[in-house]
Design a protein around this ligand. Structure first.
Ligand code: AMP
Ligand code: GLY
Length: 414
C-alpha cells in the first residue's frame, strides 16, 4: 500500500488528492501545505513548499512512497533534485528540465533548434530594444515577460497601444529584468495536451480546453484559467496525433539529446492554426484547472501509472468517455487586487464535485486567493455537463465571487 505526499495548495492538488485516494493501492494522502477544503480526502500538513528539508524529514517520518509536485515554483527551485538526493521517491522534472516552463527564452531556443513548431519570436533585453521591435512588428502581437508569472506575464495585444503599454509596464523602473519575448500572434483553437513523460517515452492523456481570459467570450485580462472541459470536441484525433508527432515526442527527445531528460507531467499549450499545430508554451506539471476536469475521468490508478512509468513498465491509460466541465469561481477583482475572507454560503447544497483552489475556514469556507473554487460535472454531452455545473453554481451564495457563464457552451461557435 502506498502513502502519497502532494506538494501544493490549489484545486489541482485537491483533484490529485482525490484521484490518488480512489486508488485501491493508496492508503493515505498528505498535502503540504494544502488548504482546508481538501480535508475530505487528505490530511493537510503545515510545511511550506520551499522548505525542502522539512518536507524530506516529514516524508521519511511517514514512510512516504511517492512525492508528487503540483505547482511549477518548487520544481523550478529544484525540489526534485534535492529530495531525490535525500533518498526520497519523487516524480517530476529536475530544476534544469523545469526550465522548459520557467524560462520562455529557453523553451524558444530548444523549439527552434529541434524544429518544433511555435510562434516566430524576438527576444529583447532592454526597453529600447522592445520599442524598436514594436516599430516594425505591428499588432496583434504577444509580449511575454520571462520567468514564472503564472500565465499573468503574458499580454496578447490586439492593438499597438496595448503592446506599447505592456512594454511600459514591464520596464517600470531601472531594475534589471529577465529577457522579454515578443512573438507572432497565433490564431486558432487552443488546447492543452498533457502527458506522462520519462525520457523519450511520452504517454498522452486526453486533451482539455482551458479558458484563460477573465470574462465571457474570452474577453478581459489573462488569468491562471477560469474554466475548462475535457475532452475537446472541436479538436480531431488527427490533430492530436499531429501534436504528438510534431511537438510532444520531439521535445521529449530533444531534452534527452540535450542531456536534460524530462521526467514528470509535461503540458503542451497548443494552438490548432491554419498552418497546423503550433506550440504556445510548455508547462512542466499538470495544468490548473485542466486537472480538475481530466483526473475525474481517469480510470487507471494514478499511483500505478507513475510507478509503472518510473520502473519502465508498460502503461496504458483509460478515460471515462463522458465530458467533464469545470467552472472557476474567482474573487471579484482577480486577476488584479481583491479582498479575502468573505464567507461562501450554500456549498453544502452543491451536488457536483467541488475543488478548493484557495479557501480558508472560519465559521465556514471563505475566499483566500484569486481563484477560489472549481465546480465540476460529468455528462454524456459537453453541453449537458456545462448546464449541470451552472445549475449547481446557482446554489452558491457568494457576492464576492464571480465566474464565466460560457465555459463548455457552444464551443464550436466561438
Ligand atoms: P502562456 O502563459 O504562454 O500560456 O500565455 C497565456 C495565454 O496567452 C495562452 O494560453 C494563450 O491564450 C495566449 N497566448 C500566448 N501566446 C500566444 C500567441 N503567440 N498567440 C496567441 N495567443 C497567445
Ligand atoms: N491552466 C493553465 C496552467 O495551468 O498553466
Amino acid at each position: 500500500m502506498n502513502t502519497i505526499l502532494i506538494i501544493g495548495s490549489g484545486g489541482r492538488e485537491h483533484a490529485l488528492a482525490r484521484c490518488f485516494r480512489r486508488s485501491p493501492t493508496v492508503e493515505m494522502v498528505y498535502v503540504a501545505p494544502g488548504n482546508p477544503g481538501m480535508n475530505d480526502v487528505a490530511e493537510t500538513i503545515d510545511i511550506k513548499m520551499d522548505d525542502f528539508e522539512g518536507l524530506a524529514q516529514f516524508a521519511k517520518e511517514k514512510k512516504i512512497n511517492l512525492v508528487f509536485v503540483g505547482p511549477e515554483a518548487p520544481l523550478s527551485l529544484g525540489i526534485v533534485d534535492e529530495l531525490r538526493a535525500l533518498g526520497i521517491c519523487i516524480f517530476g522534472p529536475t530544476k534544469k528540465a523545469a526550465q522548459l516552463e520557467s524560462s520562455k527564452n529557453f523553451a524558444k531556443i530548444i523549439m527552434n533548434k529541434y524544429d518544433i513548431p511555435t510562434a516566430k519570436h524576438i527576444t529583447v533585453n532592454t526597453k529600447e530594444e522592445a520599442l524598436e521591435v514594436l516599430k516594425t512588428h505591428k499588432a496583434p502581437i504577444v509580449i511575454k515577460a520571462d520567468g514564472l508569472m503564472a500565465g499573468k506575464g503574458v499580454t496578447v495585444a490586439m492593438d499597438d497601444k496595448d503592446a506599447y503599454v505592456a512594454i511600459q509596464e514591464i520596464y517600470t523602473d531601472d531594475q534589471v529584468i529577465s529577457p522579454v519575448v515578443i512573438e507572432e500572434y497565433l490564431e486558432g483553437e487552443e488546447f492543452s495536451l498533457m502527458a506522462f513523460v520519462k525520457g523519450e517515452r511520452v504517454i498522452a492523456m486526453d486533451i482539455a480546453r482551458d479558458h484563460k481570459r477573465a470574462y465571457d467570450n474570452d474577453k478581459g485580462p489573462n488569468t491562471g484559467g477560469m474554466g475548462a472541459y475535457s475532452p475537446v470536441p472541436q479538436i480531431s484525433s488527427d490533430q492530436i496525433e499531429e501534436a504528438m508527432a510534431k511537438v510532444m515526442r520531439p521535445i521529449a527527445k530533444a531534452m534527452v539529446t540535450e542531456g536534460i531528460p524530462f521526467e514528470g507531467v509535461l503540458y503542451g499549450g497548443l494552438m490548432a492554426t491554419k498552418e497546423g499545430i503550433k506550440t504556445i508554451e510548455f508547462n512542466v506539471r499538470f495544468g490548473d484547472p485542466e486537472t480538475e476536469v481530466l483526473l475525474p475521468r481517469l480510470q487507471v490508478p494514478l499511483d500505478q501509472i507513475i510507478f509503472d512509468l518510473m520502473n519502465d513498465k508498460e502503461v496504458s491509460l483509460k478515460f471515462d468517455e463522458r465530458f467533464a466541465c469545470g467552472v472557476v469561481l474567482a474573487s471579484v477583482g482577480y486577476p488584479k487586487a481583491f479582498e479575502k475572507g468573505h464567507l461562501i454560503l450554500g456549498l453544502d447544497l452543491v451536488e457536483s464535485q467541488v475543488y478548493h483552489m484557495g479557501t480558508s475556514f472560519q465559521d465556514g469556507f471563505r475566499n483566500n486567493s484569486g481563484r477560489v473554487l472549481c465546480v465540476v460535472e460529468l455528462s454524456e454531452t459537453l453541453q449537458g455537463a456545462a448546464e449541470k455545473v451552472y445549475a449547481q453554481i446557482e446554489k452558491i451564495e457568494a457576492p464576492h465571487l464571480f465566474h464565466r457563464h460560457d465555459i463548455g457552451i457552444n464551443p464550436n461557435k466561438r
